[in-house]
Write a protein that binds this ligand. Structure first.
Ligand code: NAP
Length: 418
């Protein structure tokens, strides 16, 4: 077919071929769209590592990039433990895991409840994990859970901490601080990795920890008798998402130093390496929520401009490539860790303070203190709630006994004589 068409074009001119000029006008545009789409799609993971018998723990594995990572890991035979906000008995989660098992042909996919907005939930899971005797196998931890909130949805967690700060950074710090012994006891020959998902917004972040102190960003309640004053609010500082990602990267370096400083009883070098991954801009539910500003009009606008997002943003599968590369690439079995991976290759960090030891120590101490204070308050609150619930239950039982007595007619003697 193309040969007769070509010879016709050469012999009698292009205009003799029906629709030739139309096609010639469209083709360069189609090619341009193809090239742009290919360019923004980013690099692909070329590592073909088989992951049978590896145990991988993943946060954020139920949506977006994390879900694509989990699917690939499970397809390669890894045992996957999803750390999810929901309880493992949640009907949607049960269905999600059933589907994953069916699609990947891997039955070794489980869920454990870890709500990143609750430090207590993180501690409950992590202490349960490290209390296990003998220590459980753990090959990789992938920290993909995160939130980027549109301005109108900014809020605080049940612990009274900025949600973006806690979900993106503090909960990861808490989880890894508790799980650190579980990583250190892995046999020296094991290739153990901790992978942090970051974002290029860290480059513009201001390292201002006062902005994420507890209570910052909370509306100040009006004094009794005073009307609600619009100006009487403690405004939430800007740039918390970027700060949380910068903090995560600084912590990643500190955590590697912390692991390296441990002297193993067998005197062998540490087996855990930390990797930081920037997946690139990706079309995920989180990104959509951020782009739409969490509003209906925003969603309408997003749908109308969808071809633009389709062209310039990666699909979740493409966004997962660098994380899969970090999890599988053989060359990271050795070395000191702390590498930054982007587009399936190692890149230099755009900020030198990410590796600053003193900054790392300051952040570590700040996080430790913030968690300690929050957990103490949380424990008191839980104890009071428990006491209140017990008192309520006692009052209820007393009421029920009294009403049962009241229903029995006559005196005790008359009841005896009956
Ligand atoms: N998308 C991008 O363009 C982009 C760019 C650079 C970096 N990143 C980073 O890549 C990671 C994944 O991004 P994404 O766009 O795929 O995010 P996403 O679609 O919003 O998914 C976030 C995941 O985190 C989980 N999560 C949120 N809050 C949680 C909580 N309180 N407890 C437990 N899990 C919670 C969500 O669980 P539910 O589904 O149950 O809510 C979900 O599985 C994030 O760290 C993000 O910062 C993304």
């Amino acid at each position: 077919m193309p040969v007769p068409l070509l010879s016709l074009a050469v012999q009698e001119g292009i205009s003799k071929i029906p629709y030739a000029w139309t096609v010639l006008r469209i083709v360069p545009w189609v090619l341009l769209v193809g090239v742009v789409k290919w360019y923004f799609g980013g690099a692909s993971n070329g590592s073909e590592r088989v992951l049978h018998s590896k145990v991988v723990m993943v946060t954020g594995g139920t949506s977006g990039i994390g879900a694509a990572v989990v699917q690939q890991l499970a397809s390669r035979g890894a045992q996957v433990i999803l750390l999810t906000k929901q309880s493992p008995s949640d009907i949607f989660l049960v269905e999600y895991i059933d589907d994953l098992r069916r699609i990947t042909g891997n039955q070794l996919i489980y869920a454990e409840q870890v709500d990143l907005t609750s430090l207590h939930s993180v501690r409950t899971f992590a202490t349960k994990w490290i209390d296990n005797v003998p220590p459980r196998r753990l090959d990789t931890i992938i920290l993909c859970g995160g939130t980027a909130e549109p301005a109108r949805a900014h809020g605080q967690t049940e612990d009274g901490i900025d949600r973006e700060w806690q979900v993106n950074y503090l909960a990861n710090y808490h989880l890894l601080s508790i799980l650190s012994p579980a990583l250190r006891v892995q046999p020296a020959h094991r290739d153990t990795r901790v992978i942090f998902a970051t974002c290029s917004s860290y480059i513009g972040a201001q390292f201002e920890l006062d902005n994420v102190k507890r209570g910052v960003g909370m509306a100040i309640p009006p004094k009794p008798g005073q009307p609600k004053n619009k100006n009487n609010s403690n405004k939430r500082p800007k740039g918390i998402y970027a700060l949380s990602k910068l903090a995560l990267m600084i912590f990643a370096q500190s955590f590697q130093r912390h692991l390296n400083s441990y002297e193993r009883p067998d005197k062998l070098p540490p087996c855990t390496r930390v990797l930081i991954v920037d997946p690139g801009q990706t079309r995920t539910p989180g990104m959509r929520r951020w782009l739409t500003g969490g509003s209906l009009w925003g969603l309408v606008l997003y749908l109308l401009t969808w071809p633009v997002w389709w062209l310039f943003l990666k699909s979740p599968h493409q966004g997962a490539q660098s994380i899969l590369y970090a999890a599988m690439e053989e060359r990271y079995q050795r070395g000191n860790g702390g590498w930054l991976i982007k587009e399936c290759r190692e890149v230099d960090c755009a900020r030198s303070d990410v590796r600053d030891d003193a900054l790392g120590k300051r952040l570590w101490e700040f996080s430790e203190k913030q968690i300690e204070e929050t957990e103490k308050e949380g424990a008191v609150k839980r104890a009071l709630e428990k006491k209140e619930a017990e008192q309520k239950a006692e009052t209820q039982t007393r009421k029920e006994t009294a009403s049962a007595k009241a229903q029995t007619t006559g005196s005790r003697r008359s009841r005896k004589n009956k």
